[in-house]
Design a protein around this ligand. Sequence first.
Ligand SMILES: *Cc1c(COP(=O)(O)O)cnc(C)c1O
Length: 396
Amino acid sequence: MADKAAFLTHLSTTLAGIDAEGLFKRERLIGGAQGTRVTMAGREMLNLCANNYLGLADDPRLVAAATQAMADHGYGMASVRFICGTQDLHRRLEQRLAAYLGSEDSILFAACFDANGGLFEPLLGPEDAIISDSLNHASIIDGIRLCKARRYRYANSDMADLETQLRTARADGARFLMVATDGVFSMDGYLARLPDITALADRYGALVMVDDCHATGFMGPQGRGTPAHFGVRADILTGTLGKALGGALGGYVAGPQPVIDLLRQRARPYLFSNALPPAVVGAGLAALDIVEAADDLRARLFDNAAYWRAGLADAGFTLLPGEHPIIPVMLGEAALAQRMAADLALRGVHVAGFFFPVVPRGGARIRTQMNARLTRDDLDFGLAAFRAAGKAVGVI
Ligand SMILES: *Cc1c(COP(=O)(O)O)cnc(C)c1O
C-alpha cells in the first residue's frame, strides 16, 4: 500500500504546483438555469462567458420540446445506436442537420469531442496525410493522434505554411490529403481563412474538414456556419449541439454519404458509447427550427458584440481584432487574469480567466462572449464593472 500512498502524494504535489503557478481552475456553482443572469452563492450575476450565443439555453420552447420528447420517447436509450438505440427522432435530427448544413447526411455523437475524436481514424490510413492548424481544438488534435495518417502541422492561419505542408505531404507520396481546421479559433475569436484554405486544398487535391462549433447557428446566412459566411464549401463539417444550438450536448459530423456511412460502421465513439437521450434529440430538432429563422437574434448578437467591443476598447483594454462574439481581453499573466476575474465577480460579473494550458503561457486573458439576449443595460453594467476592475488591478 506504500505505492498507493506515494502515488497519491505525487498527485497532491502536482496539484499544489498547479495552484502555486496560479493555474488552478475553481468551479463556481450556479443555482438555477444557464442564462444572461445566473445565480451564484445566492447572488445574481451577469454572465459573460457562456457559449450561449443565441440565448437558447433556457428557452422555454426547448424545455417544452425536451419534455415532450421525454413523454413520447422516454428518458434513456440504454443502448448504443446500432444495437437498439436508434429512434425515429435520431434519424430525423441527422437528416435535419444535414439539410441545414447542406450536406448529404450527418451522424450524431455524444459530443463534438467524440465526433472529432472518432472522425479521422476510420477515414484515413498510413498512406494518407492530415494537415492541421496549430491552434485546432484539443479534440481534433486527439482525433488525429488516434489516426494512422501522417501528420503535418501549419502555423495558425499561415497560408504560406499551409501550402508548404501540402506540398511536402504530396512530395512524401501521400494518397489522400485532408486539411483540418476550426472554423473559429475559440480562444481568439479569429475566423479560419476558409477562402484561402479551400483554394489551396483544391490546388493540391486535398479534402477540407471544418469544426464549426463556435459558428453554427449564428455565422453566415441562417447561421449555417463559417463556410456559408465565406460562400465556400467544406467537405466535412463537425459541430456541437452544446453551444448556439441550445447548449445541452451532442455532436455531429456532416458530409458526403460514404463518409457518414463508414463512420456509422467504424467510428469508435459512435460504436462504443450510448445514444443521445430523446430529450436532447427532440430539443435539438426544435433548436434547428428556431435557429434557422432567427435573423433577429443573430442581428442582436452582432450588435451586442460591436457595442461591447467598442466599450472595452474605449476603456483602454487590449483586445484582439475581429467581429466574432468571442471578445478576449488580453492580460498576459495567469495570476492577473485570475485577479481580474475575482474582482469582476465582486462587482457582479461572472467571467473566466483563460491561461495555460488552454492558451500559451503569457497569453492569459479573460474571454468574454456575447449573447443575443443581453440588453444594453446588461452591457453598460458589464462595461462599468470592467472599467472599475481594470483600474483596481492596474491594467487600465
Ligand atoms: C466546444 C468545442 C468542441 C467540443 O464540443 P462538445 O460538443 O462540447 O464536446 C469541439 N471543437 C471546438 C472547436 C469547440 O469549440
